[in-house]
Design a protein. Structure first.
Length: 321
């Protein structure tokens, strides 16, 4: 019966677990029976082949594009002729080298990739985009490196802070060292109430200094889901399962597990220990049947049996005719 019925149907007919039927079929190298859903072609559907692109016809007939192509090849129908875009003219070619590629693409309603390939055929160099963050540095921009914090210069030049730091280190320019300012009580009161970027803008400080000082005072970010662990939360670790600690402290399960691993505390298993009645069932039936009866996984039953050095029992109740 294996291979003649689906695993789920055979498990229902024999009254066996689904995994047991699947393991037995794989052990005997019997392929899985799959139900193929085929839809017959009608004359009306075959008349549509070749009248439009294969993807459009597949959408209309609710079929995949592969079936459309195979049926069209079987009937010897040529594909629908592709409509190429309008040809290039001398007016459009005269725009190369006068403006960036993205502006030409917007004006001609073409992609930037097509514009770049057409420009390279004529050997014309591209005009850099003045608003791009990857544009070349001018002499005036190089002279500004190191005169102010990198994040302030990045906002002024409309570049990324990583790009500013990389280019500054490339020329060996040291980092801007402003005058050391001590934090006042009013400035400390803003930490944790406003975002770090807003605090740096209001206090005219660098973003790195704000983040560093807030971390030194152990002040959490505003509207941050991550909360600091208290001594009461730490006492719960190891006394109950991680899921219970996460529910009581309103934290994620991964956060509780990471905190417990940090203190090298073992996780108390939420699973009940093995009873003598369950141990007596080992090797009396196949592991899958025992797992089904005692509501445990097959791996747990097999590990328990191997720990007690009890040989396994093979299932020989399948009769292959």
């Amino acid at each position: 019966m294996l291979g003649r019925w689906c695993d789920s149907e055979l498990a229902r007919r024999l009254g066996r677990p689904y995994l047991q039927v699947q393991y037995k079929r794989k052990a005997l190298h019997i392929p899985l029976l799959r139900k193929l859903r085929t839809k017959k072609w009608t004359p009306a559907e075959e008349k549509l082949l070749g009248t439009a692109s294969d993807s459009v016809i597949a959408t209309r007939l609710r079929r995949n594009a592969g079936s459309i192509i195979r049926r069209r090849h079987l009937l010897g129908i040529l594909p629908h002729p592709r409509l190429y875009p309008k040809l290039w003219h001398s007016e459009s070619d005269s725009l190369f080298g006068k403006m960036p590629d993205f502006e030409i693409a917007k004006r001609l309603h073409r992609s930037v990739w097509v514009i770049a390939n057409r420009r390279l055929k004529f050997g014309i160099r591209a005009i850099p985009n003045p608003n791009s963050k990857n544009r070349r540095y001018t002499e005036a921009e190089v002279n500004l490196l190191g005169t102010m914090p990198d994040d302030h210069l990045a906002l002024q030049l409309q570049r990324s802070m990583v790009g500013i730091q990389t280019h500054r280190l490339k020329f060996g320019i040291p980092k801007f060292q402003g005058k050391k300012r001590y934090w006042s009580a009013k400035e400390i009161a803003l930490l944790g109430r406003l975002p770090d970027e807003e605090v740096a803008r209001q206090l005219d400080r660098t973003l790195d200094s704000v983040i560093l000082y807030r971390g030194r005072l152990k002040i959490a970010k505003p509207n941050q889901t991550r909360r600091l662990w208290t001594s009461q939360d730490d006492r719960l670790l190891g006394k109950m399962p991680d899921a219970a600690v996460a529910c009581r402290t309103n934290r994620s399960l991964a956060a509780v597990a990471h905190r417990r691993w940090h203190f090298k505390i073992k996780n108390p298993s939420s699973r009940a220990s093995w009873t003598p009645a369950e141990d007596r069932l080992l090797a009396t039936k196949p592991d899958a049947d025992i797992a089904w009866e005692i509501h445990r996984t097959t791996s747990a039953v097999m590990n328990r049996r191997n720990r007690l050095k009890i040989p396994g029992l093979r299932s020989d109740r399948f009769l292959i005719q």
